[in-house]
Design a binder for this molecule. Structure first.
Ligand code: GLV
Ligand code: MN
Ligand code: MN
Length: 411
């Protein structure tokens, strides 16, 4: 007797391995494929070819989102993720959701399985936020305000407008990518967990209950440059020391006053003028915090701002806080969670309900349609690093769970 419809792991594996060559670092370790970069644009062209080969109709919208579609008519069941990576990232973050989505649609097409609703797969632009986190899905869901576009730039100062122009896009057109929510029936995204919980529990499928919100800001302390040999310690208005105190105390605040799952990170520190014999007059921190409960996130944000001001007063210097991105936490739709559970049950796979500590495009899609996610275990919980990996069997299980979730949602 034939079992349930199943994806082709060899084909999915070949696609994952090929995509991982675009943007491979010269030392062979890690992948750097930030959105709009030449490596990303080559990967997009390759992906469009694979979508066409799979029998899908394809297009790219004004925000650079890449789509493939199977079937006509009304509201579509969507899947997808992103093909951009963090600097020196791994081969699965984002790529799995896009290529497994493609694999599912190709499997459905080749088996001549008819679904009541059409199916779509998307690769969303700049999920990793080199310029603006979740950029493509923000545009698609109507959350992108054209007046913010000129300010969007990478941490090293490159303007989004220039990066998109280089790739053949006009950034000011990106808000035109806004969808009509009536054309969407549901969204479900397959992703690696990027943390240790599924592997530790030996459970193959995570049913995501909600996705954390995120606040990113530049926190700039401005003090006084002075001779580092002659200025008495008590006289110094040292911007680095204030920043260091703020970082340590903000970390403690998030641990002790957060939800227990709140997290924070300082991903970049710049000290000026940056020489041994001058007391630093400027220190800039790239600070982010994440939390699932919107009220806790808002409170932590206020408390960190108050702390920054308090530390600045103590060191007799100035602090400026510039918000660079805000994403809101999202709850996953019960109907999508039930479809994932049913798919896993049909495949005899155990599930674990869990929140997502990483940001995902699904949190934007949740504003316009019923959205959810499923996770597979990450080896050692590792992600955003070159050795990010999942077992091929785990990938196959995740692909099949996505396939049956899509079939349930599309009827
Ligand atoms: C995306 O990977 C994130 O930063 O959560
Ligand atoms: Mn991702
Ligand atoms: Mn990521």
């Amino acid at each position: 007797m034939r079992g349930p419809l199943a994806i082709s792991l060899p084909r999915l594996r070949a696609h994952l391995e090929t995509l991982a060559r675009f943007g491979r670092n010269p030392d062979g370790k890690g992948i750097t494929r930030s959105c709009w970069s030449p490596a990303h644009e080559e990967a997009r062209a390759w992906l469009l070819d694979r979508m066409k080969e799979a029998g899908l109709s394809t297009w790219v919208d004004e925000a650079g989102n890449t789509f493939g579609r199977l079937g006509n008519g009304g509201p579509a069941v969507m899947t997808g993720s992103h093909i951009d990576t963090v600097p020196s990232g791994g081969p699965l973050d984002g790529a799995l959701g896009v290529l497994a989505g493609l694999e599912c649609l190709q499997t459905i097409h080749e088996s001549s399985t008819r679904t009541r609703l059409p199916l779509m797969v998307a690769a969303w632009s700049d999920e990793e936020g080199r310029y603006a986190g979740l950029f493509g899905s923000r545009a698609f869901t109507g959350k992108l305000d054209v007046k913010h576009i000129p300010q969007l730039r990478s941490a090293d100062g490159e303007r989004l407008v220039d990066a998109m122009a280089r790739a053949g896009f006009n950034a000011y057109d990106a808000p035109k990518a806004r969808c009509n929510p009536k054309t969407l029936a549901a969204y479900v995204e397959l992703h690696i967990e990027q943390g240790p919980h599924l592997e530790a529990a030996r459970i193959p499928i995570g049913v995501v209950e909600g996705i954390v919100g995120n606040r990113r800001k530049w926190v700039t302390f401005t003090g006084q440059a002075d001779h580092a040999g002659t200025t008495p310690m008590a006289w110094r208005r040292d911007a680095f020391m204030a920043a260091a105190e703020y970082a340590m105390r903000a970390r403690q605040l998030i641990i002790t006053k957060g939800s227990g799952r709140s997290v924070t990170n300082f991903g970049r520190v710049e000290v000026g003028p940056g020489v041994a014999n001058i007391v630093p007059d400027r220190c800039v921190l790239l600070h982010e915090m994440r939390e699932l409960d919107p009220r806790v996130l808002a409170r932590l944000e206020r408390q960190c701002l108050a702390l920054a001001k308090q530390v600045a007063r103590k060191w007799k210097l100035k602090v400026d806080v510039e918000v660079i991105s805000k994403t809101e936490p999202a709850r996953c739709a019960p109907r999508v969670m039930r479809a994932v559970e049913a798919a896993a049950a049909a495949l005899k796979l155990k599930v674990k309900h869990m929140p997502s500590g990483a940001g995902h495009d699904a949190q934007n899609l949740a504003a316009v349609t019923e959205a959810g996610m499923l996770f597979i275990p990450s080896q050692g919980g590792r992600s955003h690093r070159p050795d990010e990996m999942s077992d091929w069997r785990a990938i196959e299980r995740g692909g099949n769970a996505l396939l049956h979730t899509l079939l349930t949602l599309a009827g």
